[in-house]
Design a binder for this molecule. Structure first.
Ligand SMILES: [Cu+2]
Length: 188
């Protein structure tokens, strides 16, 4: 009789603790934390250059867009890439490493068969301003956070290996998580 009562109480206690655990789990089950949808990169010149700008990144579902303005370029086309490292040591932009590449692809025009960081060229007008509005394929904002945009002195020919023969790195910008209160302002 005593044993039965003990067993009964034990079972009740177990049921209560399981229910409590479940409730705690439910309370902590936020699913996956939301991935970032806004990114920002302040583009600053490498040594001896004046190229500056702001690039915003917007992830909507599977689509990643890069929108912004780059100033003080020489008129014409300039290679535009995401390089592997958000490392701006040194004055020449070289510590950003090579093009960001997820799949061992060759360099090329933007698309599924080239480096994920191959964004082609941006084109500056006679005032040296390039308006950027590109869709990035083959990656997502959370994969490129902490990496860097690099703008080159010359045009990316979209075929030379490993980097399109685009010449020196005239500006770099590390990609961070964007503040939603962004207001456009020309960079100093
Ligand atoms: Cu590059």
């Amino acid at each position: 009789m005593l044993l039965n009562r003990c067993l009964f109480i034990c079972l009740i206690l177990m049921a209560v603790s399981i229910t409590t655990l479940r409730a705690q789990e439910a309370a902590h089950d936020h699913g996956h934390e939301d991935l970032p949808s806004l990114g920002i990169a302040k583009i600053i010149p490498t040594q001896g250059n004046k190229v500056r700008g702001i690039l915003r990144l917007v992830q909507k579902g599977d689509q990643l867009k890069v929108i912004g303005r780059i100033y003080n370029l020489t008129p014409g086309e300039h290679g535009f890439h995401i390089h592997t490292f958000g490392d701006q040591r040194g004055g020449d932009g070289k510590s950003t490493g090579g093009h960001y590449d997820r799949h061992g692809h060759d360099h090329g025009a933007p698309g599924a068969k080239s480096h994920a960081g191959d964004l082609g060229n941006i084109k500056a007008n006679d005032e040296g301003l390039a308006e950027v509005n590109v869709t990035v394929e083959g990656t997502a904002l959370h994969f490129i956070l902490g990496r860097a945009f690099v703008i080159h002195a010359a045009k990316d020919d979209l075929k030379s290996q490993p980097s399109g023969d685009a010449g020196a790195r005239v500006a770099t910008g590390v990609i961070g998580i964007g503040n939603p209160d962004f207001v456009w302002k020309k960079p100093e």
